[in-house]
Write a protein that binds this ligand. Sequence first.
Ligand SMILES: CC(C)(COP(=O)(O)OP(=O)(O)OC[C@H]1O[C@@H](n2cnc3c(N)ncnc32)[C@H](O)[C@@H]1OP(=O)(O)O)[C@@H](O)C(=O)NCCC(=O)NCCS
Length: 171
Amino acid sequence: MQSKTPSESRSIMTDLVLPSETNPLNNLFGGELLARMDRAASISARRHSRRIVVTASVNHVAFNRAIPLGSVVTVEANVSRAFKSSMEIFIDVWIEDRESGRRTKANEAIYTFVAVDDTGAPVKVPALVPETDLEKERFDAALRRKQLSLVLAGKMQPKDATELKALFIDA
Ligand SMILES: CC(C)(COP(=O)(O)OP(=O)(O)OC[C@H]1O[C@@H](n2cnc3c(N)ncnc32)[C@H](O)[C@@H]1OP(=O)(O)O)[C@@H](O)C(=O)NCCC(=O)NCCS
């Protein structure tokens, strides 16, 4: 199976924030942003694997900055590391200044998707080869994020999370 680069799975979705998608402060409702990120991430996972993909976990979401009504929001996703059947997807969310057009990073998130066959059983995906410094940084940290996610889900014993433990021992 031929390896792929993060740019081959990049998906970019741009959309407005409409009144029905806001909270009482007139900012984008968190659940709406989660759904937009899930859609972009799912397209990335599909582009990388060319298989049916399902969301296995949402590993991290940082709502750092409120996104006001009327904003132009761009959700940009790509696979940051591929394991056997699972893929970590990194998502960056940008908002665009109406007058200058300058983009500001508003939020980010990390999702895990799994490629499955028609019966829902996990199947192998291509390896990922990072190219840029940022892609390499995200790739390197992905294994400990996977281990943390598995420990929190009760699918891995903390003692087996070697990469995660090393983070605290080396600190
Ligand atoms: C995701 C799913 C396919 C995993 O099935 P499973 O029986 O746990 O399969 P496995 O234990 O073989 O795990 C498959 C892969 O998922 C990874 N995985 C499973 N749960 C995970 C979690 N919480 N965090 C990170 N990775 C996880 C495993 O590490 C494994 O990765 P690898 O093959 O790259 O090593 C299964 O739980 C599922 O279908 N869930 C529902 C998905 C869905 O409907 N999502 C939409 C939300 S409504």
